[in-house]
Design a protein around this ligand. Sequence first.
Ligand code: AP5
Ligand code: ZN
Length: 214
Amino acid sequence: MRIILLGAPGAGKGTQAQFMMEKYGIPQISTGDMLRAAIKAGTPLGLEAKKVMDAGQLVSDEIIIGLVKERIAQDDCAKGFLLDGFPRTLPQADAMKDNGIAIDHVVEIDVADEEIVKRMSGRRVHPGSGRVYHVVFNPPKVEGKDDVTGEELIIRADDVEETVRKRLAIYHDQTKPLVSYYQQAAENGLNKYHTLDGTKSVADVSAEIEALLA
Ligand code: AP5
Ligand code: ZN
């Protein structure tokens, strides 16, 4: 199964990806996690991406498309994949089509901006795995520690309110056009398109995704 998770920053893409990977037996391809790994490793890509990401801007289409094409070509993607945070511009979506990479389902998680700003202040992440928590809505078993490794959780550098608002503005401007892009594609029979209410609890959103993809 080839799935795109579409939604604003903080809509819950990474959170839902955690259960979907297991449920559908497909790898999560999070361009955000890949870029953060490059920053941590201090690669030239990481050095370039850090400034852009910390400012809440988008990394260039050329770099991102290259990263994703390379990742999708790996063996574990043969059965499908879960795209989280990609595509997020029209050229990125076109690149998929131009490379003959078909999509089965586009799942849009809808959450209003003000709710997102509230959520982001409580987000904690495990940098090694990309696992996501929230201090109130999805707390780890032990405060400040990852459930699986017990390692320290961190606050993402781009989660300060000013940067979150900038990311939301860019989402509305550059990524939101993908909603009609994939709805149109659905009308032409190229993919299925689903929208769900992302303000429900994490478990309820998961249940809804399961029902939609059944
Ligand atoms: P990326 O890492 O993709 O960030 P994003 O899209 O801004 O999305 P987030 O990871 O912030 O949110 P999410 O939807 O995964 O929410 P989460 O599950 O964590 O990208 C980061 C940066 O990299 C970009 O700004 C850009 O610079 C660059 N980049 C990445 N991809 C790119 C691309 N394709 N092109 C160009 N540049 C790119 O949840 C958020 C919080 O809410 C958590 O605390 C969670 O616990 C909580 N939560 C989740 N669900 C619920 C719920 N139902 N109820 C209550 N709380 C919830
Ligand atoms: Zn994420």
